[in-house]
Design a protein around this ligand. Sequence first.
Ligand code: CP
Length: 307
Amino acid sequence: MALSTKHLLGIKNLTKQDIELIFQTADNFKAVLNRPIKKVPSLRDTTIVNLFYENSTRTRISFELAEKRLGADTINFATSSSSVSKGETLIDTAKNILSMKVDMVVMRHNVSGAPHFLANHIDAAIINAGDGTNEHPTQALLDAYSIREQHKSLQGKKIAICGDIMHSRVALSNIYCLKKLGAEITVAGPPTLIPKHIDSLGVHVTYNVQEALEWCDVANILRIQLERQNTPLFSSLREYSLYYGVNKKMLDSLKKEITLMHPGPINRGVELSSDAADSHHSIILNQVENGVAIRMAILYLLAGKNE
Ligand code: CP
């Protein structure tokens, strides 16, 4: 079986079968990662550039590790040490790198739509590692895979996505992915951080985070993205934490166990307290671990190695 797409630009245009194929392939790679020798030579003839125009810890390291575990040759590109600072355009940068016989591009950019734009101008397969406030498809896939690992199936599961929905590419990709897999979704947070017409995506909306926690099986808490707010959308971080933050006391007050997630990086003490983030409810580090297997699966499938 093959994916229905040449690039991974977002979850919006993936089919349910694509997602299930990625998960099945990730299951195989997760088994590889648990062996003493954590490498396979599947991409030893492939060269991949990690083109990061925006900062990253988890996604960049996870992709680089996934590429190395598959035996690929990798090149890491950071704008701060490149000729972008001399005014070189995105297309010129990409074309110059690709002329050195690079096969695939993993790209993070602060502008929504940048990977889609590049996909229209170059031949290599492009994987979106997060574009502006649009999508972060590999994060959504590793999130859904981690829920599947804990709860067996996504069908009928109640997932609360809490926090800064407005600026979050993770929220949009999660909504597309979880809906395709049959989950029910509530978004929760301050009215100023929830897009006006988000209910058109088939999600419930509440401005009460405690209510969302009482409803859900899984809560995915999102970071406040102050760097994307031109004007303040709430009065202070202290007030945000008081009214919309999640802490362990709230989790302990629930009449059931819920699974707690966060894509990282966490603003500890703002959207999530340390005692909640580090509690037995949390699968935050499992998410990071699963990210490598998911990214190995995507690289392998887009390279056409299973055809
Ligand atoms: N979750 C995530 O995208 O983290 P980074 O920004 O550190 O890659």
